[in-house]
Design a protein around this ligand. Structure first.
Ligand code: UDP
Length: 253
C-alpha cells in the first residue's frame, strides 16, 4: 500500500491531508454525521461518497459561471484535490426562506419567504457553538475587514443565485445554506474564494411539490434515511445514475 499522506486537520465530516504539491491539500469525506454541535452523532454509510460527488458538482458549476473556489479535481470516491487556503473563521449563511435557527429566533414558521436573501455570519468556534456575530465584531476582531466583507457578500449572493437556480431546475427549493471562504495569495494580491464543501450537509433543501426534506435535517430531526435523501438529490442533478446507490461504488466512480 502507498504510504498514507500526512494528516493536516481532522474535522467532524472531513479530513485534510497534505497534497501532492505545495499549495494543495487532499480533502477526504468521512461518513460521520453530527448535529447540534456534535451532541448527536452517527456514521451514515455512503454519505461521504455522495458529498464528495455533490460538492464536486457544485464547485465545478461555480467555476464554470466564474465564481472562484478551492476545488481542483476529484481524486477518487472519497477524496478531492483542493487549493490550500487560509480559512476565514466565519460560517457564511445565506437564507431565502426562514428555517432553523432564524425561524426559532424570530418566531417565524419554517418556509416563510424572506423579503430578500439574508446573509449572516457565525464565528467558527465549536467550543462556543458557532455564535452569530455582527459585522462590527468581525471587523473589530480582525477576522475580515470591510473590503473582505463586501467581497464575501458578493460571493455569497452569486453562490445563492447559482445554487437556487440549479436546484429549481430539479424541483428543489433552496431554503438556506452555509459556505466557508478562504484566502489565497497570487503574488501580493489576495483573493477570497469559496472553500470547504457544498452538499446537503450544509444546505436546507425542500422538495418543491411535497416539501420533503432532502438535507441534513433528515438526520437532525430523525425523518428517515439520510442516504436516501442525498441519493435523491444526486440522482435529480444527474450526479448519480438513476439506479445508483452508495453501496454499489462501481456505479458511481
Ligand atoms: N449550517 C451548517 N453548519 C453549521 C451551521 C449551519 O452547514 O455549523 C447550515 C445549515 O445546514 C443550514 C444553514 O446553515 O442549511 C442555516 O442553519 P441555521 O443557522 O438555521 O442553524 P441550524 O438550525 O442548522 O442549527
Amino acid at each position: 500500500m502507498a504510504p498514507r499522506r500526512k494528516k493536516i486537520y481532522e474535522g467532524k465530516a472531513k479530513i485534510l491531508f497534505e497534497g501532492p504539491e505545495p499549495g494543495t491539500l487532499v480533502q477526504y469525506f468521512k461518513d460521520d454525521a453530527t448535529a447540534f454541535n456534535a451532541q448527536k452523532k452517527d456514521v451514515i454509510e455512503g454519505k461521504g461518497v455522495l458529498n464528495n460527488r455533490l460538492s464536486e458538482f457544485f464547485m465545478n458549476g461555480l467555476t464554470n459561471v466564474g465564481v472562484p473556489t478551492h476545488f481542483i479535481k476529484r481524486l477518487n470516491m472519497r477524496e478531492q484535490l483542493i487549493r490550500q487556503v487560509e480559512v476565514v473563521p466565519l460560517e457564511v449563511i445565506v437564507r431565502n426562506f426562514a428555517a432553523g435557527s432564524m425561524a426559532k429566533r424570530l418566531g417565524l414558521e419554517e418556509g416563510t419567504p424572506l423579503p430578500r436573501p439574508i446573509v449572516e455570519y457565525s464565528y467558527k468556534n465549536d467550543e462556543l457553538g458557532d455564535p452569530l456575530v455582527p459585522e462590527e465584531y468581525i471587523i473589530a476582531f480582525g477576522w475580515a475587514n470591510q473590503q473582505d466583507l463586501d467581497d464575501i457578500l458578493a460571493l455569497a449572493l452569486r453562490v445563492n443565485d447559482f445554487l437556487a437556480g440549479v436546484f429549481y431546475g430539479v424541483g428543489i427549493k433552496l431554503i438556506d445554506f452555509k459556505i466557508e471562504i478562504g484566502r489565497v495569495w497570487e503574488g501580493d494580491f489576495m483573493r477570497l474564494i469559496v472553500a470547504d464543501e457544498i452538499s446537503p450537509d450544509s444546505c436546507r433543501l425542500w422538495d418543491m411539490k411535497t416539501g420533503a426534506h432532502l438535507d441534513k435535517d433528515v438526520f437532525r430531526r430523525d425523518l428517515g434515511s439520510l442516504t436516501d435523501a442525498y441519493s435523491e438529490v444526486a440522482k435529480r442533478l444527474g450526479v448519480l445514475p438513476e439506479q445508483g446507490t452508495p453501496e454499489k461504488p462501481t456505479l458511481i466512480n
